[in-house]
Structure formats: C-alpha cells, structure tokens
Write a protein that binds this ligand. Structure first.
Ligand SMILES: Cc1cc2nc3c(=O)[nH]c(=O)nc-3n(C[C@H](O)[C@H](O)[C@H](O)COP(=O)(O)O)c2cc1C
Length: 393
C-alpha cells in the first residue's frame, strides 16, 4: 500500500523482506527500495526500485490513479534504484528524466538508456506545482548521487544517505519503539560503515551545504529503510559524528588462527584492555560477518588485529578482512597487531603496513614463535597501551 508522507507526496516503493545478501552485505532484516511520487500540477516520480520489484511500484501508482508521468527524477543510477527506469519509461513513454550530467551518462553506460532528459546541477529548481531543488552529492554514494528537496513541504529525498537496510511494515521512525529504534540505528551505523564511510569527507561537505543553504527539513525520506520525521536531529547528529571520525572508547579485537596459538593470545591482550578499564569486542574473522565487524571498527576507537603467518602471508580471512576494511578507509583509530608464527613470521608486519597506510596510530605489535609462552607481558602491555591511548585522546 502507498503511504502519504506529506500532502501530495507518497511513498510508492517496494519491500524486499527476504534478501539476506546485498552485494556481499549481510541484510539480516531485508531491505526496502523507496521510490516517491509527488503529485502537484505535474506528476513526478523520484527514483524507482530494483528490477524484479517493478510490480510493487506499479501497483501503488495504479492505486493512486497515475496514468501519466511528467518527470522521473533519478537521484542515483545504482541497480537497486534505477533498475526499473527502463520499465517506467516503457509504461510512461512521455516521461522526462531529470538527473545530473553523471546520472545522464551513467544511465546510458549502465542501461543503454538515452531518453529525453533535463540535466540539473546543485541549486537548480524545477517547478511542478511544488518547487523541487537539487543538491548534487557526488560520491555519496556514487559519482552520480544527488538529493532532491521539496521546498514547500520541507521534504528531503537524499537517496542512499540516512538510509539503512530494514524491511518493515511501518514506514516512519515514530512507528517504532525505542528498542526497535536501537536496532534500526545499529543498521544505520552498519550502512554508514560499509557503504558511506569511504566518502566521509563528502558527507561532511553535504551536511555543511544543507546548513549553508538554510534548508529547513521536516522529513528525510531516504531510498532504503525508514522515513525520518521525529528523530531527524538524532540521525543527522550520528552522520556528523561518523563522518568526523567520532567513536566510542572500545577496542575491537579481530583475529584468526589455525592451531589456536594466536587465539590463546587473545586473552592476554584482553587482560591488558581490562586493566585499563576499557570496553572491548572480539571477532574470529573466519566465522564473522565482515559487515558487522566493520560496523564495530567504525564505532570503536581501537582496533587490534591478530593473524598467524601462512606461507609467508597473512591468514586468508584476516587478509580478506583487511582488504575489505582498507577499501572503506576508516580513520582516527588507535591500533595494534599480534600473531603466532613458525619461522619467518611476516603476518604481523603486514597488518602494521595496512594500519600505516590508513594512518592509524599504531601503538605496538607483538609476534611470537608458536606458543605465546614468554610473550604474555608484551601482549598484555599491547592491550593496555591501546586502551590507555584511547583514554588519553
Ligand atoms: C600450511 C602452513 C604454512 C605455514 N607457513 C608459515 C610461514 O610461511 N612462515 C611462518 O613463520 N610460519 C608458517 N607456518 C607456521 C604457523 O605460522 C605456526 O604454526 C603458528 O603457530 C600458527 O599459529 P596459529 O596456531 O594461531 O594458527 C605455517 C603453518 C602452516 C600450517
């Protein structure tokens, strides 16, 4: 069923209850593909849905009696939002696409779509009986990303920004209990950590330009998950904090182990962190969802990674996680490394190299031959030093 979010503005998206893996991202609560219909003098669809979900979109448009579309705003060309643009054009051939220059090129490159298009840039306005303003948000989350703002209704349609993967019957943040909102905010953090983190500088810029353009916002309606109308200050504040590297006084220990020598050393590292009175969370990487580990890495100031050496390399699950993490460019972390080896012991140095690339504050590293016997103090000291550095900063 469609939902009116402001007079003449409707949610007409699709709920995907059963998706559990979204291009490698574990979506344990499913997701939604949010599209919005604006009905004034003109009829405007803002974004579409993932291919395969067109029927959910079209059912809603039919229920609203939409037999003509004047404009289709494409805020982002990724497949989960623009996957049904072709189907929309087929159904409403008179529609004009409204997007920025990168969106126009992207529609051609990714889908072969060359259709009547109005190219817009930041600050441009489109009068449809209501005034639409566009704000380009390049790289939040692809080069073509932009936001659409409905001036009279103070509704911001920011596409992927402020979203999360969460399928639900309720559409608005005020329909959920505080407990449910705790889960939803965690999903927002997960979305930020795994999708947006790399673009934190751009996020800060966009937050700044929303402020400098003096946009008043009653509703933030993103392209995934719930619509914000009650807790806007909270989600905006979270974005400000995440994009500026704020994190909690906690250490993530992420490790793996073949013969459990590295694993046994974890408890020494932990005892040092406990001595300093700092919180921690432990992940064995071969049995962990990287998207959850990454969320806690973003939310925590400290990271200690442990790996045995295998064929002069990192253990594969650790290498894989470090590659994933490096791509997302977490910043402002205090870090340490440890691990067991048999003869050449390259793994710990390779962890430190990744930390250095990310400009982490590397407090120390400990490697030990086979058992950690004799290295207990160094390991405890590593945990303590990371925790103490977090407390100082
Ligand atoms: C297949 C295999 C290859 C290994 N290659 C190396 C190596 O290249 N260099 C090294 O220092 N140790 C190597 N080791 C030894 C392990 O690093 C060592 O056994 C270490 O204690 C394993 O730590 P873990 O118990 O945490 O898995 C290798 C072990 C295995 C099983």
């Amino acid at each position: 069923m469609y939902v009116e979010i402001k007079p003449g503005i409707y949610w007409v998206g699709a709920v995907d209850w059963n998706i559990r893996n979204f291009h490698g991202y574990i979506t344990r609560f499913g997701t939604t593909y949010n599209a919005y219909l604006i009905r004034a003098e003109k009829t405007v669809l803002v974004d579409t849905v993932k291919a395969g979900f067109e029927n959910q979109l079209f059912e809603k448009l039919d229920a609203l009696g939409v037999d003509n579309l004047d404009y289709l705003v494409v805020n982002h060309i990724e497949m989960d939002h623009a996957g049904s643009v072709k189907a929309v054009i087929e159904r409403y051939p008179e529609v004009k696409i409204v997007t920025n220059v990168r969106g126009k090129n992207g529609l051609k490159e990714a889908y072969g779509i060359e259709h009547d298009t109005i190219v817009v840039k930041t600050g441009d306005k489109l009068e449809v009986g209501k005034t639409l303003t566009f704000i380009e948000t390049p790289l939040v989350h692809w080069p073509d990303s932009m936001a659409t703002y409905v001036v009279e209704d103070k509704v911001l349609l920011p596409n992927d920004a402020f979203g999360e993967h969460y399928a639900s019957a309720g559409r608005f943040d005020d329909e959920f209990s505080d407990e449910e909102m705790g889960v939803i905010f965690r999903e927002c953090a997960k979305y930020y950590a795994n999708i947006v983190l790399l673009y934190s500088k751009q996020v800060s810029k966009v937050l700044g330009s929303i402020e400098s353009m003096g946009l008043e916002i009653d509703v933030i309606a993103p392209s995934h998950g719930i619509i914000w109308r009650k807790r806007i200050p909270e989600i905006v504040e979270k974005y400000r904090g995440w994009s500026s590297g704020e994190a909690e006084e906690r250490v993530v220990i992420a490790y793996d182990s073949m013969w459990n020598h590295t694993e046994k050393a974890v408890k020494e590292v932990v005892s040092g962190i406990e001595e300093a009175g700092v919180d921690y969370i432990i992940y064995r990487l071969s049995v962990s969802d990287f998207t959850e580990v990454m969320t806690d890495v973003m939310l925590s100031r400290g990271l200690i990674v442990g790996s045995p050496t295998l064929n002069r390399e990192l253990f594969p699950s650790v290498a894989s996680f470090l590659t994933y993490m490096k791509g997302l460019k977490p910043f402002n972390k205090v870090a340490g490394a440890f691990g067991s080896y048999g003869w050449s012991g390259e793994a710990v140095g390779k962890i430190v190299n990744v930390f250095n690339e990310l400009k982490f504050d590397v407090v120390g590293s400990v490697r030990f031959k086979f058992s950690h016997d004799g290295a207990e103090n160094d390991l405890r000291e590593l945990g303590r030093a990371v925790a103490e550095r977090i407390k100082e900063s």
